[in-house]
Each structure stands twice: as structure tokens, then as C-alpha cells.
Design a protein around this ligand. Structure first.
Ligand SMILES: Nc1nc2c(c(=O)[nH]1)N[C@H]1C(S)=C(S)[C@@H](COP(=O)(O)O)O[C@H]1N2
Ligand SMILES: [Mo]
Length: 532
């Protein structure tokens, strides 16, 4: 039996490699889903998919029989099946590495289908799946590497009396291989456990705050987009004027979005003030609550890029809040700090002038989503986010620009960050093919808090022509534009530029995003095909 023991050990180690790599991949997908996307891990998407694919009567039967335990049981079931498949994948790697690649690829394909099938699922949700697949493949390769050096099962070595060894000749090479395997297995197990623990701890905190957020009663109303703010007959593929919360770009340096308890949230205002104040959410709600349409964009948005969104924010004016503390005349900045320590310096003037710079707690009629700064963030029309839009804001120091650097300014970005005039073509997309003839094209343009007078396009090297502009509620939002082109068959270039209310024309001079925002025209290349 000894010789079989050896065979089993070796086969067992291969299977164990598959299991460990598999669990590490699961953990990685959990952590990645938490950090990179707004969603639950792919595992939950698979569970949802199974529920959706299961005939209704069976689901109802399961709920009747199992009550609220049906979900945990389903998840446990999936994990058990996965563990078996991981063992199989490892064992198969012993015969040929491609076999384990195949098993893991099938699993990844199922997960990919499940995350894409989620409501609102998009290509970005595939990242955790891709990372899991990578972890699986690398994990198996790393773990089984030393196993190749283990002695092959020996046909017949009869155990001698009193022999407690394995029945195979354990050379120094085999000993080395075993130690290497154990070390690597330990490392992979460590990745799997710490990843799982981290994901659990964080997601538990997040679930708790998410629950409280759902129950929070705030004076919010549903935003209504006036039809005049949309162009008539928008081209196919046009960007919506309102950006839904789920589609709104997210930028923060925190690896995990802080989960702040709304009941415990406080904003401390200190520094060059008459009196320090500390405000709770209820204190804010006692002030005048206002609703403002404001377009927020990131200084890192390249020309034509997606890092911009337009929402209706609910909150109180930063001017009203600062008035409670009384600002000294020699101050010119507010150093805003968030719960997790990120900070930015905002000109005092824009926080106190006539513009409705807000401490916002509502976004598009919902309590601020956790990733967008729940429970309270700053939103300042006309400034890039990195100098103004502090999420999870907890501290305001009224101070002077001369006396500090903040997170991004310390890293070389400009101290003041007024937004630059910009415009973008959304339809057609770069590289798209359209039918020749009359074609609707369109996009967005913005110059927050300054306002636009016109948007013009240039087809190939023709003349600049005016486009149709939708109306806007104020100069603080982006503007939708569209126009009709008459296209000859063939390849075309389309350029766009905005013109400010002051008459200033958006520059064609290209500038990088650093240190204070990109400039230049958005140009797309597309082709018009003869209709068949
Ligand atoms: N706490 C915190 N707030 C922050 C940031 C950050 O990294 N941490 N990034 C800023 C930047 S660079 C931008 S563009 C906006 C993005 O806001 P959003 O994620 O709600 O779109 O948040 C700003 N507020
Ligand atoms: Mo940003």
C-alpha cells in the first residue's frame, strides 16, 4: 500500500494546488470587485444568475422550504462545487497544464457571463473575473512547479519491515521540491485567507452603512430633466444630459471607499474663524436646503474623455455654513480634509461668492452614494474635483494658500483648478462607420460657471459651422449639442470647439492634463458607407 500512498500524495498535492490557487483567485475577485467596481463579487453575480435561470416555481419552493437561508445555502453550494472543480483543475494539470487552463477558463467564462447579465453590468465588471483567472493560472503554475521534481510514482517497492517512509527513494531533489511546494502553498494560502478576511471585514462595514443609507430620510426630491435641456432629435449614441449615479465616474485615492456613519458624521470648521463650529447632518438640515444642477469633471480627463458627469445635487450652501463660523478677512483658502485623510485646498472666494457651492448630501434624488462621498461632500461649480469636490468631508480649516500644500498640489498639480472650456463628440464614435447622406452627430460641451454661447463643428477641412444647442438651467452644467451633416461616402474627420459667452474660442492648442487640465479640440475619424 505504501507505493499507492506515494502516488496518492503526489496526485493529492496536484489537486491541492488547484484548490489553493482556486481559492486565492476567488479572494482576489472579491477584493477587486470591492475596490474597482461598485458591485458584489462575481460569486454573487453567479448566484443571482442561477436564481434568474431557475424556474420560478422551484425558486419559490426553495424559499418556502429554506426561508431566508436559501441564499447562504446557494452560495455554500456554489463554493462547494467550485472547490471540487478547483481540485479537478489541479489534478488535471498533472496530466497536462492545458487541461487545468481549460477548467479555469470555463469557470471564468461562466462568471463573465453572470457579471455581464447583472442589471447595469458592463465591461468594467469583467476586471475582477480577469484577475481571478490570472490568479488561478499563475497560482497553479507556481504551485505545481516544484511538484514536477517530485519522484514519479515507483511501480513496486515493497515496504520492508519497520519502514515508515514513503516507499520511494526521496533524494535531496525531492526534499527540496517538497519544501518549495510547502512554501509556495503557504504563500498562496496566505493570499487567499488575507484577501477573504479583508473583503469580508470591509464589505461588512459597507453593507451596514449601505443599509443605514437606504433607511436615511433626507429632504430629497426626484430630479426632473426639462425637455429643453436635451437637443431635439438626438443622434443615436448621444450622452444623456443627466448622468445616473451608477454611471457617474468615480475618482478617489482611497483604496477602499470610507464607510462613514451618517449619525456620527461631523464637519469641524476651524482655523481663521471667529468661532470653531462642529456640525452634524441634522445641523446642516436646519439650514436652507437647495437643489442645484452641477457638472463635475476631473482635471485628469483627457480631451474627449469620460471623466465628467452631470447630476442634481441637494445640500446646503458652503457660504451659509462658513458664515456660521465667521471667516477672517485675511484667509483665502479652505483646506478640506476627508474622513480617510485626502485633502484639497479650495479658494475661499468660490465657497462664499454668489455661486451655489454646496455641501451636498443628495445626488439625483438619492442619498449620496458611498463611492461619491456619503454622507456629505463638497461640490463647487467651475472648479475641477481635485481642488474642490472633497468626498467624505469632515474637516475644514480656514487658512491661506501660502501656508499649505494639499494632496495633489503637493504632487505638482496646480494650486487653483478652474475648469477649462471643452467640448466632446459622442456620436458617432471615433472609428465608427455610418451610412452616407444626412447624419445626426452630437455631443457635450462645458465651461462651468462661465457659460457657453455656441458649439461649432468642422467636417474634414471645411468651414466651422454652428450646431444646435440645448438650453441649460444655468452656466454650471454641460450643454448638449447636435447637428446634421451631409456626408459623402468615404473617410471623414470631425472636430468640435466651444465658444464662451464672452466670445472666447476654445483653443486648438493641445495641452496635457497635468498640471491644470487638458486643452485642444476633440477630433474623431469615421467613415461613411454607401447604403446597400
Ligand atoms: N476624499 C476624496 N475626495 C475626492 C477625491 C479623493 O481622492 N478623495 N478625488 C477628487 C477628484 S480628483 C475628483 S475628480 C472628484 C471625483 O468625484 P466623484 O468620484 O464623485 O466623481 O472627487 C474629488 N474628491
Ligand atoms: Mo479629479
Amino acid at each position: 500500500m505504501r507505493k499507492n500512498g506515494s502516488v496518492r500524495t503526489s496526485r493529492g498535492l496536484w489537486a491541492l494546488s488547484g484548490l489553493l490557487a482556486g481559492l486565492a483567485g476567488l479572494a482576489v475577485s472579491h477584493v477587486a470587485a470591492m475596490w474597482l467596481t461598485n458591485r458584489e463579487a462575481p460569486l454573487y453575480a453567479v448566484a443571482d444568475g442561477i436564481i434568474r435561470l431557475t424556474p420560478g416555481p422551484i425558486v419559490r419552493f426553495a424559499i418556502d422550504q429554506l426561508g431566508t437561508r436559501n441564499k447562504p445555502l446557494l452560495l455554500t453550494g456554489i463554493v462547494v462545487v467550485l472547490m471540487i472543480l478547483f481540485l479537478v483543475a489541479g489534478a488535471q494539470a498533472r496530466r497536462h497544464w492545458l487541461r487545468s487552463v481549460l477548467v479555469f477558463s470555463v469557470l471564468a467564462a461562466v462568471a463573465a457571463a453572470a457579471v455581464l447579465a447583472q442589471p447595469g453590468g458592463g465591461p468594467f465588471d469583467l476586471v475582477p473575473v480577469a484577475l481571478a483567472l490570472m490568479t488561478w493560472l499563475v497560482g497553479v503554475a507556481v504551485l505545481t512547479g516544484p511538484l514536477v521534481d517530485l519522484p514519479a510514482p515507483v511501480e513496486a517497492v515493497a515496504p520492508t519491515e519497520g519502514d515508515v517512509g514513503t516507499g520511494v527513494v526521496d533524494g535531496p531533489r525531492a526534499g527540496h521540491a517538497r519544501r518549495a511546494f510547502l512554501f509556495r502553498a503557504g504563500m498562496v494560502a496566505l493570499v487567499a485567507t488575507s484577501g477573504t478576511l479583508l473583503a469580508n471585514v470591509v464589505s461588512r462595514g459597507r453593507r451596514r452603512v449601505e443599509e443605514a443609507r437606504r433607511l436615511l430620510r433626507l429632504p430629497l426630491t426626484q430630479p426632473v430633466v426639462d425637455p429643453r435641456w436635451r437637443v431635439e432629435d438626438p443622434p443615436e449614441g448621444a450622452t444623456g444630459w443627466l448622468t445616473p449615479n451608477n454611471d457617474f465616474y468615480r475618482i478617489h485615492t482611497a483604496v477602499v471607499a470610507p464607510t462613514v456613519d451618517a449619525a456620527e458624521w461631523r464637519l469641524r470648521i476651524h482655523g481663521l474663524v471667529d468661532q470653531e463650529v462642529e456640525l452634524s447632518l441634522n445641523d446642516l438640515l436646519a439650514l436652507d436646503v437647495v437643489e442645484e444642477w452641477i457638472t463635475l469633471n476631473c482635471v485628469s480627463n483627457p480631451i474627449g474623455g469620460p471623466l465628467i458627469g452631470n447630476a442634481r445635487w441637494t445640500g446646503v450652501r458652503t457660504a451659509d455654513v462658513l458664515a456660521l463660523a465667521g471667516v477672517h478677512p485675511d484667509a483665502d483658502a479652505v483646506l478640506q480634509t476627508s474622513h480617510e485623510g485626502w485633502n484639497c485646498g479650495t479658494p475661499l472666494r468660490v465657497l462664499t461668492d454668489e455661486r451655489n457651492s454646496l455641501l451636498a448630501f443628495g445626488m439625483n434624488g438619492q442619498p449620496l452614494p458611498i463611492d461619491h462621498g456619503y454622507p456629505v461632500r463638497t461640490i463647487t461649480p467651475g472648479l475641477y474635483g481635485y481642488v474642490s469636490a472633497c468626498k467624505w468631508v469632515v474637516d475644514w480649516e480656514v487658512t491661506r494658500f501660502a501656508d499649505f500644500t494639499a494632496y495633489w498640489t503637493h504632487r505638482g498639480w496646480a494650486e487653483r483648478g478652474p475648469v477649462k472650456m471643452a467640448s466632446r463628440i459622442d456620436a458617432p464614435r471615433d472609428g465608427q462607420a455610418v451610412a452616407a447622406g444626412r447624419v445626426r452627430v452630437g455631443g457635450m460641451a462645458w465651461f462651468q460657471h462661465t457659460g457657453l454661447a455656441a458649439v461649432e463643428v468642422q467636417l474634414d477641412s471645411g468651414a466651422w459651422t454652428r450646431t444646435e444647442l440645448a438650453e441649460v438651467p444655468s452656466a454650471d452644467t454641460w450643454v448638449q449639442w447636435a447637428t446634421t451633416l451631409d456626408l459623402e461616402p468615404g473617410d471623414h474627420l470631425l472636430r468640435v470647439r466651444a465658444i464662451a459667452e464672452s466670445g472666447e474660442v476654445q483653443t486648438s492648442v493641445a495641452a496635457e492634463v497635468a498640471p491644470d487640465g487638458a486643452t485642444g479640440h476633440h477630433v474623431i475619424q469615421f467613415s461613411a458607407r454607401e447604403e446597400v
